[in-house]
Design a binder for this molecule. Sequence first.
Ligand code: ADP
Length: 282
Amino acid sequence: MSEEQQGCNHDCEHCANKTETCEADLRFAEEQKLIKHKIVVLSGKGGVGKSTMAVNLAYGLAARGFKVGLVDVDLHGPSIPTMLGIKDSTVYARDERLLPVECDGIDVMSVEFFLPDKDAAVVWRGPMKYSAIKQFLQETYWGELDYLVVDCPPGTGDEPLGVCQMLQGEKHALVVTTPQEVSAADVRKSLDFCRLLPLPVLGVVENMSGFVCPHCGEVTYIFKQGGGEKLAEKAKVPFLAKIPIEPGVGASSDEGKPFMKAIPGSVAAKAFAAVVDAAAKL
Ligand code: ADP
């Protein structure tokens, strides 16, 4: 990766090669001090509910009075705007900086706002992705925030790596899995990614942990239990919550509402409060 891609680490006052990139990096470094906590939502596998958790974490924190930003860097499959009912929003700019879209007290940025055709595929290689992430983090006007939640695509590729390299200061990972071994096996790699960077882990969430019957409320364990707990125990990181499959969770996402808002009394919302508690205590 070139120096320009990585960002300049020179002390620009004394740097003979002072460039616009240096200026932008210095400004970014200063601006990042205005964001108290950064939480990167990771998973080894797609479809485990990572974006759902990211939206609800952002909503749960905003509902407790925190100032929250949410960045969707799932560039090939952005779903945050749909899950918040804002996919047709327009992004405005001020002083050549992008202004996030506000929704439910959350400042949101996603590649989906820039796609003229929502069904169009984003066919980008690493440098293009890196530059989009840079725009969302560095060229967006975030101002003062208590939390910036970043929803990454599954795996340990360009996007999570780019995000973790760009974000300075205090940052944590929230790792999402489902109970099955096929998900846990991939999520172990996400935990190893955190160990290598290093990126402290706020905790592991096991989503789709049992099914809540919409008629009687009984929980049936369709998959085996305990995958997330075992993962967390082995990696010596906190296990935060088991979120069941609940029809209202999927329905509220499709309707553009966080389940913490749409169905606050549900088993899922009550269980998810533990994740918000853990983040709020950072
Ligand atoms: P990922 O970001 O990991 O690809 P998503 O958050 O997009 O996964 O979730 C995939 C689908 O599963 C979405 O339609 C979402 O609404 C649904 N979903 C996620 N978690 C639950 C749950 N606990 N109960 C019911 N549906 C869920």
